[in-house]
Write a protein that binds this ligand. Structure first.
Ligand code: DQA
Length: 148
């Protein structure tokens, strides 16, 4: 089983960026924690970051490649969460479950962050648990496989 983790714009700045909202953990450290948890269950993690909307669309489309390369996708779309119809349409194109994650609780912040354009086409949303949001999403996918 392989899980694709996608970090959207500005998430490569984690650790240096607004620690009051996003904590002090870097993106690389999040990827490392995900990989360590995944390895315990023989799961592979592929991590991808882009600041460019179209590149994220292309990466999501890769889930349609022959042989269904990903069991699931963990997606922190950053600010594109609130603006991108293109990302939403890409998620709708694929038959792979996507879990939307956010470090911060977007519903407790500015009003423009309350609306997620991708939430209605995702399996679910996990927000507000810092770096742990990603691990909770991974645990969901692992539990799905274990319970089969
Ligand atoms: C974020 C929340 C978004 O509103 C923001 O634009 C981000 C990070 C989060 O993880 O809390 O870039 O997705």
């Amino acid at each position: 089983m392989k899980i694709l983790v996608i970090h959207g714009p500005n998430l490569n700045m984690l650790g240096k960026r607004e620690p009051e909202h996003y904590g002090s953990v870097s993106m690389e450290a999040i990827n490392q924690s995900l990989t360590e948890l995944a390895q315990q269950f023989d799961v592979e993690i592929e991590a991808f970051q882009s600041n460019i909307e179209g590149e994220i669309v292309t990466k999501i489309q890769a889930a349609l490649e022959q042989g269904k390369p990903y069991h699931g996708i963990i997606l922190n779309a950053g600010a594109y969460t609130h603006t991108s119809i293109a990302l939403r349409d890409a998620i709708t194109c694929i038959n792979v479950p996507v879990i939307e994650v956010h470090l911060s609780n977007i519903h407790a912040r500015e009003e423009f962050r309350h609306k997620s354009l991708i939430a209605p086409v995702c399996k679910g949303q996990i927000a507000g648990f810092g770096a742990e949001s990603y691990l909770l999403a991974l645990k969901y996918f692992i539990n799905q496989v274990i319970s089969k």
